[in-house]
Design a protein around this ligand. Structure first.
Ligand SMILES: Cc1cc2nc3c(=O)[nH]c(=O)nc-3n(C[C@H](O)[C@H](O)[C@H](O)COP(=O)(O)OP(=O)(O)OC[C@H]3O[C@@H](n4cnc5c(N)ncnc54)[C@H](O)[C@@H]3O)c2cc1C
Length: 432
């Protein structure tokens, strides 16, 4: 509630300040309404820089994946406000807006149109990135450049138009606000990478796992492993500078109970992950983390835990199971682990060992089971879950990680079996 309050305050207070003291008269309702939507849209766009700045305290209560979804939806709303602002003024006050042609329009109006084009380009490339086949790293660079250009020209437009900014105090406040948004960009793109570069890590081991996956073990060169919780993740940079924006998020598969190094288990998927197997021990890496709120440590009172994993979604769950084993936890645990084939099951042998140490019911669910397979097959449905969970599982907490359709199916099944929504915790491996 506190952070939602902070977010609202960052948008509402600058708007409220505009209404203090002397105000322009005679514009009429639609004029004022159009200006309010413009200012609100701009303030919301500015706050987007704070949302994606990875402030740990502000993101921890929600989880960073939720923050990114929030960022996406709020940006869409802010964009609609900006379009509404331009459309209203253009349609109702054409004489004030004047001509769009930059040769005949005042510079500040042209800047306003440019800002709108930049934000439209952000929306288009973000909502349809996959359809437009824009590679993720390229998209991120385009995104940052367009966002900075959009905000700078929009602020110059506001300062040039000057509506509601008659007093020097109001103008100073909005200038300060704009500077703080840009300061966030400097922090994220320059200060944080500079700090990361001062604490390099070393690749200690690259281990082949089943299912076209690799475990990458990293050790900090200064010996300091930041405290993390099982289930959290970090942004990892390999063979690039932290300034290059080539970092990828991976969950810790290691447990914090085994200090000295961290491990990530990574499935070959695209350009970056397909090259993990070529990384050599001794190479430099950078680790920005931990982040995320997915994990058992946030639910210490749960009487029992259900884990549902699909493919490499086992990585954060492995971290939790290893931690539970090392802590001597005796609560009842269930792991439903979906894979296509028996020989693709990452950590298959270690899971058998963990089942011996923990009170763990291990349920493999195979899409293409071998001949003679008597275990579960197909998807992890309500029926599969019901066959292994107690008759009333409503007090249990569930942790789900895997492909999106699997998460939705498992969540639905668990809900139908009586688990309340607040007992379901999912990690989405896709931020955009
Ligand atoms: C919180 C979180 C935890 C994750 N944990 C794991 C894990 O433990 N093991 C694992 O194998 N995978 C994990 N992933 C997924 C992993 O980050 C992507 O598979 C990987 O970044 C793909 O990169 P690529 O260049 O090989 O593939 P590409 O084919 O280029 O990308 C495939 C998709 O991955 C996403 N992606 C690509 N690059 C990035 C990036 N730099 N940042 C964010 N998303 C990106 C995009 O949606 C893209 O469409 C996790 C993702 C998130 C968000």
């Amino acid at each position: 509630m506190f952070w939602i309050g902070v977010y609202l305050a960052l948008i509402v207070i600058p708007l409220g300040v505009l209404l203090l003291g002397e105000r322009p008269r005679g514009g009429g309702f639609w004029w004022d309404f159009a200006l309010v939507t413009g200012y609100a849209g701009l303030a919301m766009m500015g706050v987007q820089f704070a949302l994606t700045a990875r402030f740990k305290r502000a993101t921890a209560p929600f989880g960073i994946d939720i923050i990114y979804y929030f960022h996406r939806y709020l940006a869409s709303i802010a964009f609609m406000f900006l379009v509404g602002h331009a459309a209203l003024l253009y349609l109702k006050y054409p004489e004030v807006v004047g001509r769009i042609d930059p040769r005949h329009a005042p510079a500040y109006m042209t800047l306003g149109w440019l800002g709108l084009i930049a934000f439209a380009a952000i929306m288009l490339t973000s909502l349809w990135r996959k359809r437009l086949r824009i590679e993720y790293d390229n998209w991120r660079r385009i995104h940052v450049v367009l966002a900075v250009v959009g905000i700078v020209v929009a602020v110059l437009h506001v300062e040039g138009a000057g509506s509601y900014l008659e007093s020097p105090l109001k103008r100073a406040l909005w200038t300060l606000l704009a500077v703080s948004w840009l300061a966030l960009v400097v922090h994220v793109r320059l200060v944080r990478p500079a700090l990361l570069r001062r604490h390099p890590w070393r690749v200690a081991e690259v281990r082949r796992e089943r299912g076209r996956s690799w475990t990458l073990a990293l050790e900090p060169t200064d010996g300091h492993v930041p405290a993390y919780h099982p289930g959290q993740f970090a942004w990892v940079t390999l063979r690039a500078s932290p300034f290059a924006m080539r970092e990828h998020p991976f969950s810790f598969s290691s447990s914090p109970t085994r200090p000295g190094r961290v491990e990530f288990t990574i499935k070959e998927l695209g350009d970056f992950t397909a090259r993990i197997g070529q990384i050599q021990p001794g190479e430099t890496a950078y680790v920005d983390g931990p982040y995320g709120s997915f994990g058992i440590d946030r639910q210490p009172q749960a009487p029992g835990l259900v884990f549902v994993a699909g493919g490499v979604g086992i990585a954060p769950i492995m971290s939790m199971l290893r931690a539970l084993a090392d802590r001597g936890d005796r609560r009842p645990l269930w792991l439903f682990y979906g894979n296509r084939a028996w020989d693709r099951i990452v950590f298959r042998e270690e899971l058998e060992q963990l089942a011996g140490k923990l009170d763990l019911t291990l349920v493999h669910v195979l899409g293409e089971p071998p001949e003679g397979w008597t275990g579960e097959r197909g998807y992890i449905t309500r029926e599969v879950l019901a066959r292994h969970l107690p008759a009333d599982p409503s007090a249990l907490h569930a942790f789900i990680c895997g492909p999106d359709p699997m998460i939705r199916l498992a969540e639905r099944g668990l809900r139908e079996l009586g688990l309340p929504l607040r007992h379901l915790h999912s990690e989405i491996f896709d931020l955009a």
